[in-house]
Write a protein that binds this ligand. Structure first.
Ligand code: ARG
Length: 463
């Protein structure tokens, strides 16, 4: 029998019953649903709306339901539309009238919004913990290989040499911003809508602050119409997940390139690679590809909810039931990908010699040679031209800049001296980039220190 059987003469069609159900998705929120119900019952009793014995019976009944769901022995009924109805039905069967009093001054509309906010907060906390763990691994890799020089790229062409540590830390900072976004999504969810009832509040003397405090919310929502139809907190979570997946996908793209024979910069551990069923020699970076692939789905979760929301009039509409599946998918997918990336980076080996070999090619010293002339007074534009000509000469001779003699340099400009030779040294080129945030050894040491500080702060967030 439906909760609204009073007004109906017929039960709903069996197919549409299943079509309209959200139980397969929202049963994941059973702990939040039970906590919300317990808080509501305690508050109703404190306000004299229901008897203290009823609240105690409800609380006990809810605890036993929670235990049976935990253990997997709770008999979910396919005819239950959602987790709210499933729990309330069994509660009423177990504790009688007390259970039937639970829904006083409450609607599934404020109930589902409460559950979803609590669930979103929990997901954000878990994601932040995974985010912090991966960032720690990135810092460890950066420290382990401090001093390793690799080519830095623009347009996928050799540009200037950089420290491998600097490259790893670039991802550290991307992921640091992801953590900020996850925290923002947590904060967006951190207000209690409970007490908004169906859409307009209720005539009962509810203490919304009391339920909010019991549930660990920072405060209460301000407008009942908005509270039951707002899903911005899930959009924020979806967005945080989509951006973080995009970052992981970029890292995956580099891992895939770097582990190719053309690069050979890294070797993935066997634990994070697969073979081929036909080609015995193959070792494929499948998991990096899979994370890159899953990014599309998580972006889809964000776009899906945006489109669901875009034309909804106030207040609750059943369309809103489509909110949770994508958000849970986005969060679980990101969590899995963060865990996988964590292990992949931790176990990969870095081929410093291959990186160095490549850094010697492609005229990576060209900017520094131009700077050498500019520092001796030649306008930078003119110096750029002189070095461009030297590069052209090298191309024709089939050598790099270190293949030119001091005489060749002097012929191009009399500002060149013997010391130009040391300007071509990869280490000195990197070392000289002392700008705050640059790739020079000293600047990267400062960056590592800063990274540790930020990491320590973030580890205290919700991890
Ligand atoms: N299963 C619903 C959802 O997920 C719960 C709220 C239903 N409210 C209603 N008036 N039909 O959105």
């Amino acid at each position: 029998m439906a909760l609204w059987s009073g007004r109906f003469e017929q039960g709903v069609d069996a197919f549409t019953q299943r079509f309209g159900a959200s139980l397969p998705v929202d049963k994941a929120m059973y702990r939040q649903d039970i906590a919300g119900s317990r808080a509501h019952a305690n508050m109703l009793a404190a306000q004299g709306v229901i008897a203290a014995e009823d609240a105690a019976a409800i609380s006990e009944g809810l605890s036993s339901i929670e235990r049976s769901i935990d253990e997997g022995s709770f008999a979910f009924d396919v005819n239950d539309e959602d987790i709210h109805m499933a729990v309330e039905k069994v509660l009423t069967a177990d504790v009688g009238d007390a259970g039937a009093r639970l829904h006083t001054g409450r609607s599934r509309n404020d109930q589902v919004a409460t559950d979803a906010r609590l669930f979103a907060k929990e997901l954000c906390g878990e994601l932040i913990a995974h985010n912090v763990s991966l960032r720690r691994v990135l810092v460890e890799k950066a420290e382990e290989h401090f001093g390793t020089v690799m080519p830095g790229y623009t347009h996928m062409q050799h540009a200037q040499p950089v420290l491998f540590s600097h490259h790893m830390l670039a991802y550290f900072w991307m992921l640091t911003r992801d953590c900020v976004r996850l925290k923002a999504a947590y904060d967006a969810a951190d207000a209690s809508p409970l007490g908004s009832a169906a859409l307009a509040g209720t005539t009962y003397p509810l203490d919304r602050g009391m339920t909010a405090a019991e549930l660990g919310f920072a405060g209460v929502t301000e407008n009942s119409l908005d509270a039951v139809s707002d899903r911005d907190f899930l959009l924020d979570l979806d967005y945080a997940c989509a951006v973080s997946m995009m970052h992981l996908s970029r890292l995956c793209e580099e891992i895939i390139l770097w582990s190719s024979s053309e690069f050979g910069f890294i070797t993935l551990s066997d634990k994070y690679s697969t073979g081929s069923s036909i080609m015995p020699q193959k070792k494929n970076p499948d998991f990096a590809e899979l994370i890159r692939g899953k990014t599309g789905r998580v972006v889809g979760d964000l776009v899906g909810l945006l489109v669901t929301m875009k034309a909804l009039p106030l207040a609750y509409n059943k369309d809103l039931q489509e909110d949770k599946e994508g958000a849970i998918d986005a969060a679980h997918t990101l969590a899995d990908c963060l865990v996988c990336m964590d292990g992949m980076i931790e176990t990969m080996s870095v081929n410093a010699a291959a990186m160095r070999e490549q850094a010697k090619k492609g005229f990576l010293a060209a900017t520094d040679v131009a700077d050498y002339l500019a520092k001796k007074g030649m306008p930078f534009r003119a110096a750029h031209e002189v070095v461009g000509n030297l590069v052209l000469m090298c191309e024709k001779r089939g050598c790099d800049l270190d293949g030119l003699s001091v005489k060749d340099f002097k012929a191009a400009s009399d500002l060149f001296d013997e010391d130009i030779v040391s300007e071509l040294d990869l280490e000195s080129i990197v070392e000289a980039r002392t700008t705050y945030g640059g790739t020079g050894h000293e600047a990267v040491r400062v960056q590592l220190k800063r990274a540790h500080e930020v990491l320590e702060q973030d580890a205290r967030l919700h991890g």
